[in-house]
Structure formats: structure tokens, C-alpha cells
Write a protein that binds this ligand. Sequence first.
Ligand code: CA
Length: 220
Amino acid sequence: MSRVLIAEDEARIAAFVEKGLRANGFATAVVADGRAARDAATSGDFDLMILDIGLPGMDGFEVLRALRADRVTIPVVILTARDSVQDTVAALEGGADDYMPKPFRFEELLARVRLRLSGGRQTETTVLACGDLSLDLRTRRAQAGSRTVDLSAREFALAETFLRHPGQVLAREQLLSHVWGYDFDPGSNVVDVYVRYLRRKLGAARIETVRGMGYRLVAD
Ligand code: CA
């Protein structure tokens, strides 16, 4: 079992990441300041660290620099605000590290964590398909039968979640947390609205409503 250290001072984000990782079979620990992050990352108890840039004590950049100066090679996935992406890219070195702009979807973070844990060797699936429906994750194109369909970023993310779980009932809350991340209002009907958009674009029969439970991508 891989052990992931989560260095994040915002409790709801730390809890969101921790819950998702545990559900995917990782062991986790959370620290909420930079010094604790540095100490824990140096301990050798972890296989990977998820490191927020905006941490009290030492910020994420300082933590990363200190670790590398001490020749601590733990892979690091940095969480960064979208407007700091350039600074973050400049701070990465040697391919051991990656970054995730906030806000992010859990699936995206999970893919990066898995990739870093495999030393970057894992080849990621680039096309997801179910029957004659397919999504190309690189070109962000959807294909329904012979039609190429344009999807917005959210529609694409929702379609991707369905295609990763064909035939499974996905609850609204599950879809909310996968597609809208931690930045959602749990009472929102946004999932229903976007399922409607997807049905219009991909064909109404592809996504079934399972009463009182959620939605299911029809796998044929
Ligand atoms: Ca922070």
C-alpha cells in the first residue's frame, strides 16, 4: 500500500484529498504547516507528498527546495493556485515533481499521484470508450457514433466520469465531488442540469436515471 503525505492547511481540501485517496487504497497522513511537511517528508515514511504552496511556517516552494537540498527524493505533487502556475513550473525539477492547479477534480489528482508513484513510466489511457461512445482525453474530443461532439470542460469531465464507470450507478454526490471538486454546494442541482446537457449532445438513451440513486451510463 502506497503512503501519501498530504501537506495542506485548508482542512476541507485536506479532508477531500484524504477521503479520495483512502477510498482508492492509499494510506494517508495530513500535516498543516511547512515545517511539519519537511520533517514528515524526510522521515522516509511516505512514498509521495501532495504539497500545497500556501502553507504557514515555510511555504511549499521553501519545503521543496529544502528537501532537494537535503537530497530527499520523495516525489512531490504540488497544489497551486491557477495564477501561480508559472512560478510553480519554474520550481519543478528533474521530473520527480508535478503540479495540480486549484481547483481540481479528484480524478485528475489521482492520475498524477499514480503517475508519479510509478516513476512517470505508466502510460496513461488516452481514449475511453463504451459502445460507440468515446472520449479522447488528449484532444478533449467526444465521438458518439459517427458524430464528433463538442463538449464544454464540465460536460467533458462529467462524461469522463461516466466512461470510467460504465454500467455503474453513480450518485449525485459522487458526481459532484468528482467533477466539481470540493468547490460545490451539496444542495445544488448542477449535476441534473449537466446530465441534461450531455443527453442532448450524446443521445438521451445513453444515460439512465436510477430513481433515488443517481445516474448510470448504459453499457451495451
Ligand atoms: Ca493553503
